[in-house]
Design a protein around this ligand. Structure first.
Ligand code: SAM
Ligand code: SF4
Length: 358
């Protein structure tokens, strides 16, 4: 492996995040793991297979008027496979398929089958669950290991209010189908919105205890396409912890900070687990190991940064695997120490969550 040597490189200015003026910069290694200038090794890739969705969650998209990528801009399955293969060769061990809603893209099991053959340690998908039940077995047979199903309310009327389309009953059935297909452990993503579903924190904790599903409470992030994010609507992770542990004491599952964004807690009586994803109030940038590929082939090193490099141009202009590998290395090397949400000059990225892939 090439050892980084201590030489100065120029650092381009950027709106979000900042580098310390006195930080020593190193030459970008051309071998070995995907490491950035802060020593963070990147082994987790999220691939968005579409920016389209059949729902319109209030924290993600406007009800009407969002325009989507033209179909010819989307990477084909062959192109996605090729990028994933190069990522695997560069030491990426964990792959997640997301969107938009990944299951609105036709033929997904065939993509999963190809990706599974690349030998990732973890191959998962995040879905809104509306189209999952009928294909859960096919996905598992194709090699998908597990799913995260998003569900922000356990009350049908409120589910409809938040997600604007779709039905809670269908999503709950999808969770059963996923478990029956062996897509385990099943995680349930809940975005909390002050005044809208924060009175369901304890209900979701009870749900985690009764079902054995891992409920992950996610802070509302400034990534909605409408640009209406407001800090006052965010429910901080520490509040979730306090409200649940006042009823059922919780204990951390690990003392060691790892790359996973969720702080994991188990109920002290041994019945169930929850996670807190406090991206805004307790950023986990210091241990971030993630990269993202947008549906049109943009390689991104941070949800909140507009630093995006196109793999599609390489794929469609006869570029080789070495060109793709260099793109990965440059994307990682250009990563800033943090997302800067809590800094005064923070600007939301131009692309929103559904366009980037959450
Ligand atoms: N459509 C799929 C779904 O809803 O699970 C996958 C894509 S969605 C962008 C991935 C995750 O991001 C979901 O759990 C969703 O709830 C979450 N999400 C979307 N917008 C968000 C926001 N502004 N803040 C926090 N989480 C958000
Ligand atoms: Fe669609 Fe997921 Fe965004 Fe909801 S959060 S609108 S389901 S992409």
């Amino acid at each position: 492996m090439t050892q980084p040597v201590s030489v100065r490189i120029s650092v381009k200015p950027h709106v979000n995040g900042h580098r310390s003026a006195s930080a020593t910069a190193y030459a970008m290694p051309l071998e070995g793991p995907l490491v950035d200038t802060y020593g963070r090794v990147h082994d987790d890739l999220r691939i968005s297979v579409t920016d389209r969705c059949n729902l319109r969650c209030v924290y993600c998209m406007p009800e009407e008027g969002l325009s989507f990528l033209p179909r010819h801009d989307l990477l084909t399955f062959d192109e996605i496979f090729r990028v994933a293969r190069v990522a695997r060769e560069l030491g990426v061990t964990s792959l997640r398929i997301t969107g938009g809603e990944p299951l609105v893209r036709k033929g997904l099991p065939s993509l999963i089958r190809g990706l599974a053959e690349l030998g990732f340690d973890d191959l998962a998908m995040t879905t809104n669950g509306t189209e999952l039940a009928p294909v859960a077995r096919n996905l598992a047979a194709a090699g998908l290991r597990r799913v995260n199903v998003s569900c922000d309310s356990l009350r049908p009327d409120r589910f409809a209010e938040i997600r604007r389309r779709g039905h809670l009953a269908v999503v709950l059935e999808a969770m059963d189908a996923a478990e029956a297909a062996g897509l385990l452990p099943l995680k349930v993503n809940v975005v909390l919105l002050r005044g809208q579903n924060d009175d369901e924190i304890v209900d979701f904790a009870a749900f985690a205890r009764h079902t054995g599903r891992i409920v992950r409470f996610i802070e509302f992030m400034p990534l909605d396409a409408q640009g209406e994010w407001d800090r006052s609507r965010l429910v901080p992770g520490h509040e979730v912890f306090e409200r649940i542990s006042a009823i059922w004491p919780l204990e951390p599952l690990s003392d060691l900070p790892g790359p996973a964004p969720a702080e994991r807690f188990r109920f002290s009586d041994g019945q169930g687990e929850i996670g807190l994803i406090s991206s805004v109030t307790q950023p986990f940038c210091g241990t971030c190991n993630r990269l993202r590929l947008t549906a049109d082939g943009g390689l991104r090193n941070c949800l909140f940064s507009d630093d995006e490099r196109t793999a599609r141009d390489i794929l469609r202009s006869g570029g080789n695997d070495a060109d793709l590998a260099l793109l990965f290395r440059e994307a990682v090397w250009g990563k800033f120490p943090g997302h800067g949400i809590n800094e005064p000059g923070f600007l939301s990225p131009v692309r929103s969550m559904s366009m980037i892939g959450g």
